[in-house]
Design a protein. Structure first.
Length: 165
């Protein structure tokens, strides 16, 4: 019995949670299979997890009227942040080039501003969020901690000298 049949059996038995587990496991181990992404999206829709359903339905490339709301919710969460959108994709859906996605997905990723090549020849993601503000924050935080440590060391030396002399 294949993954989709097992998931469908669990759905028929009213075990959406189990169907979700089966499909999520398959997403993690079976590569980028559109029919599994769509089925997982449908299960998540039935569970009322619209944003997560939208992710899998978006990646499936299948568009039906009943999918549009959840796909819209998912995409809206990352509006103006296409790099963050890409980071949410399961590992199996982080393809090397945009052209490897279904046409409707590829067109949307291009429209959002992602580069055509997403991974280098070693499989390392070329898609990184803008970290200029994060780097500045980390520099300020580390500098503050270093300053505090130096100040405490100086205070400790002063107290030690007061005790000795």
């Amino acid at each position: 019995m294949n993954v989709l049949e097992r998931a469908e059996r669990e759905i028929s038995n009213g075990n959406l949670w189990r169907a979700k587990e089966i499909l999520q496991d398959s997403v993690g181990h079976s590569g980028y299979k559109i029919e599994i992404y769509e089925k997982l999206g449908v299960v998540l829709l039935q569970m009322q997890d619209l944003a997560e359903a939208g992710k899998y339905l978006f990646l499936s490339g299948v568009r039906k009227p009943e999918y549009e709301e959840s796909i819209g919710i998912f995409l809206q969460k990352y509006e103006g942040k296409p790099h963050n959108l890409f980071r949410t994709f399961p590992r199996s859906a982080k393809l090397t080039k945009i052209s490897e996605y279904p046409k409707i997905v590829a067109d949307k990723l291009r429209e959002l501003g992602l580069p055509e090549v997403l991974k280098d020849e070693n499989g390392i993601s070329l898609v990184h969020p803008d970290q200029s503000n994060n780097g500045r924050f980390e520099l300020i935080a580390c500098s503050s901690i270093a300053f505090a440590i130096v100040a405490l060391i100086i205070l400790g030396i002063v107290k030690l000298l007061e005790i000795v002399f």
